[in-house]
Design a protein. Sequence first.
Lengths: 143, 143
Amino acid sequence: MDNSFHYQLMLVHALFRARVMEHLADAGLSPGQPKILDYLRRHDGSMQKEIAYACQIEPATMTGLLRRMEEKGLLTRQIRPENRRTCYISLTARGREKCKRVEQTFLALEESVFTGISAQERTQFQNTLTKICANMTDIRGLQ
Amino acid sequence: MDNSFHYQLMLVHALFRARVMEHLADAGLSPGQPKILDYLRRHDGSMQKEIAYACQIEPATMTGLLRRMEEKGLLTRQIRPENRRTCYISLTARGREKCKRVEQTFLALEESVFTGISAQERTQFQNTLTKICANMTDIRGLQ
DNA sequence: TATTAATAATTAGCATGCTAACAGTTTGCA
DNA sequence: TGCAAACTGTTAGCATGCTAATTATTAATA
């Protein structure tokens, strides 16, 4: 068993993603969609590039992702006359319904993930994770 | 800023992956290859399905990944007469060279990631992460 | 022994991720 | 004003991820 950070990060990410999709099996969502819905639940009406930055996904990847979600009736893409470059993304009623499912899924899985871990240990873990997030955003071409 | 586990997990994974590829920019490796090399460094001669399980990648995904790595001369895929279903994967000399680069990259990035985090806090973090890995492997279709 | 079941890898088809190159729009400045 | 630069999103082409179905081999069992 390898306890290195990079290996465990890869593992937890793959396992969590799989658990999310199991939990959402009957929701008719593909793997890239829950995170977008989760972001829009908190930031409805965002610009396309804001979602891309917040989720660390390339703008080119967002195009297809949002196109499929628009085709499914989960959201709308809107261009306003003030700035015809920018695309604003809003949830539809159907999209907001799916958001609830996604939120429940994330809440349920987060509880499962921390099973057998005390509140104090969990808080400490999440604090360190927040520091790591900040460190990762800073690192640029070390050495 | 969202401090939920699933959001930070997504973020750290995306950022770490990007940093790995920046660090390996001149190594001629594509994004899926470092983790395979890292596993083979520790488990040379594994069966194909062992790598898939250890890295939590579907066997069907491994096929193409290993084919491209074999074409690049990083490894060999060998079938033995004892069991003609099984495929054994071994690093070539060229593959072992790349492994060194990959190991250096992971070591350097892990240090950067824990910048400003004490040894005690880091140990605690990695212990909790190990517990989380175990929890995630256990969870199967909760609710 | 012959048939069935289980195992290991592959293929096909799709979604999602990337980079590089491009198009359209807006901004800034000569 | 007009041209260059910056900005936003898209397209094309590829790698990587999935599931479902298939092939080939081996094991199990009637």
